[in-house]
Design a protein around this ligand. Structure first.
Ligand code: TPP
Length: 626
């Protein structure tokens, strides 16, 4: 039997359906999502929550003439399904397969492919301005979550969108009350008061009851009237906030009721100017294990059982786990240590700290810039903040780290999870920029631990630095075996020494790979010293000295080559007039697609075999080996 879903090849097919068919289609989409995403992993909860919303959007608007921009883009699976990409779900997020985010190379229906949050309204603002200048008709639609709305860019965009009442930008707030965890802060409270907004009758009732409760005897009558007026104003206030900004507000509407949604979107469409449609949805809707998943309603899953939602490939102990435990230990010893997350308490490993020290933990929303400057304030106030953030999202807060933390010589520790190649989230999630941007910050200390023990140790060293920012970076992976040092020279750990032909310098988690490469080189009679600098900035002086006593220096790092550790060491060698040739192995400076971490590293030539081969070739060419 051909299912309804199989008959959908594009948005036009949705427009032909009646109410009963639409209901059946939404059920089929939910079953499809659970079936496919349970095999590959992906953003299940957010997509289950936007099934009706996405179908309604594609029925009311005419994508791609009316572009639909999904903020962050992790909730665009349903959009992909109804724009002809159902088949792509078999290899979702796999190497060579369909992206887990919108992708301009996949479809004309996709506007952008950047999965950094809070950007949709700015794209929409620009697209609407372009339509106006080009004289093109139509609307621009932006779908933004309540979580993404906590990001400052959204408010910069709203300020601009509201400035021109003739540009038809339809902003759909997909309000499920959650980022990963429940969305926090004044704005979140505000949205939830909107969600609970009483109907007009109840507003009147509230005013009336305020009037009744005010004792008129002994009080002037105007006080009673004032109280009644305040009751009505309070009840209407939430809506007023958006309207005070100059935006028409429609809602709140039930985001799972197709008819209500469509009628709200139709009204927004016919309005002809900037308008907000507030849709209340449920993350994980229709899949009980997601709806009931307390931590994050299956925001992002691995491979799971499609019935029970049970994780079928539980990960081994990860770098995140090690950080989590170490920070709690430090928290017990040091009352001045506080932790900050930008809406990623669970994924960055801060759950345990938040539980142990709730008053010393801050979730600031998707607000990395604010996180860093707020950390500077905490440090100036005598505390030592630890800001845990994915490496790629630190890009957002570069200026704050430079000017608000470093310039003021403040002791703030930034912990970069997902540094280096991350895997299935693709180009915008690979943490390959941090070493390049951190290297330019005067006074900064950056460490890259190689195993669990050095992560715990370096984190302690980092929080002991009180007059400069310190950074710890580690990848998204399970933590490898302990790699004990033969000796420590200054701050540099020597991991293996079989001769002084090649100094192989491995950054952080690539230590294991370096040791394997060294074994291969030794098998060919090449003497290798493998070292881990531990602290990569400031450049360890001992490393420069060690380089001088070898014939070839090779660096291996899991970061962008431009401005990376290799180029910093080369500059340090030049400064010290050390003439030993240096070759650097790093990620080529391009956007790398999704795939497993090992697969992407292999594509970039970062395997033990490739490193050994390239070292042998360089050594032969440079004629510097026995
Ligand atoms: N910081 C930035 C700049 N970009 C990101 N993508 C993230 C953090 C990680 N992140 C991805 S989705 C998400 C976060 C924090 C939560 C989004 O919540 P919301 O916008 O409400 O969407 P929902 O998943 O609830 O539908």
């Amino acid at each position: 039997m051909v299912t309804l879903l199989e008959s959908v090849h594009g948005p036009a097919d949705l427009k032909r359906m009646d109410d009963a068919q639409l209901k059946q289609l939404c059920d089929e989409i939910r079953r499809f999502l659970v079936d496919k995403v349970s095999r590959t992993g992906g953003h299940l909860g957010p997509n289950l929550g936007v099934v009706e919303l996405t179908v309604a959007l594609h029925r009311v608007f005419d994508s791609p003439q009316d572009p639909i921009v999904f903020d962050t883009g992790h909730q665009s699976y349903v959009h992909k399904i109804v724009t002809g990409r159902r088949d792509g779900f078999d290899d979702l997020r796999q190497q060579g397969g369909m992206s887990g985010y919108p992708s301009r190379s996949e479809s004309a229906h996709d506007v952008q492919g950047n999965s950094h949050a809070s950007t949709a309204l700015s794209y929409a603002d620009g697209l609407a301005k372009a339509k106006q200048l080009n004289g093109t008709n139509g609307h621009v639609v932006a779908v933004v979550g309540d979580g993404a709305l906590t990001g400052g860019m959204c408010w910069e965009a709203l300020n601009n969108i509201a400035a021109d009442k003739t540009r038809p930008v339809v902003i759909v707030v997909n309000d499920n009350g959650r980022s990963y965890s429940p969305t926090i802060g004044g704005l979140a409270d505000h949205l939830s008061s909107l969600r609970l907004r009483p109907g007009y009758e109840r507003v009147l009732e509230k005013g009336k009851s305020a009037l009744q409760q005010t004792p008129i005897f002994g009080k002037p009558l105007y006080a009673a009237l004032h109280a009644a007026k305040r009751g009505i104003k309070d009840a209407l206030a939430p809506q007023a906030m958006f309207e005070d900004l100059g935006l028409k507000y429609i809602g709140p509407v039930d985001g799972h009721d197709m008819a209500t949604l469509e009628s709200a979107l139709q009204r927004a469409k016919s309005f002809g100017g900037p308008v907000i449609v507030h849709a209340v949805t449920r993350k994980g809707m229709g899949f009980a294990p997601a709806e009931n998943h307390e931590a994050d309603q299956m925001h992002a899953t691995g491979v799971i059982d499609p019935i029970t939602g049970e994780n079928l490939k539980p990960s081994k102990r990860t770098w995140t786990h090690v950080f989590s435990d170490s920070l709690v230990e430090i928290g017990h010893e040091r009352q001045d240590v506080v932790a900050i997350t930008a809406a990623m308490q669970g994924p960055t490993g801060l759950d345990a700290f938040a539980k142990a020290f709730p008053s010393r933990f801050y979730d600031v929303g998707i607000a990395e810039q604010h996180a860093l400057t707020s950390a500077a304030g905490l440090a100036i106030g005598g505390l030592h903040p630890v800001v845990a953030v994915y490496a790629t999202f630190l890009n957002r807060a570069f200026d704050q780290l430079l000017m608000d933390v470093a310039l003021h010589e403040q002791g703030v520790t930034v912990v970069l999870d997902r540094a280096g190649v991350t895997g299935p989230d693709g180009a915008s999630h690979h943490g390959m920029w941090d070493m390049s941007i951190l290297g330019v910050i005067p006074g900064i200390h950056v460490a890259a631990p190689r195993d669990a023990g050095t992560l715990a140790e370096e984190l302690r060293e980092a929080v002991a630095i009180s007059d400069a920012p310190s950074v710890i970076r580690y990848p998204k992976a399970s933590v490898g075996p302990d790699l004990p040092a033969l000796e420590r020279v200054g701050c540099v750990d020597v991991l293996r020494r079989s001769g002084d032909d090649v100094l192989l310098v491995t950054v952080g988690a690539l230590g294991e790979l370096g040791l394997e490469a060294a074994q291969r080189l030794e098998d060919q009679g090449i003497g290798v010293t493998v070292v881990d600098p531990r602290w990569i900035y400031p450049m360890p002086a001992d490393l420069v000295e060690m380089a001088a006593s070898h014939k070839l220096v090779v660096t291996v790092e899991d970061g962008g080559r431009h401005g990376g550790f290799g180029s910093a060491l080369a500059a340090a060698l030049r400064d010290a007039d050390v003439e030993v040739p240096l070759r650097d192995i790093a990620l080529p400076q391009r956007f790398h697609d999704h795939g497993e971490r090992g697969e992407v590293l292999a594509l970039c030539g970062i395997t033990a075999q490739d490193v050994a081969r390239r070292v042998t070739e360089w050594a032969a060419r440079l004629d510097c080996l026995p």
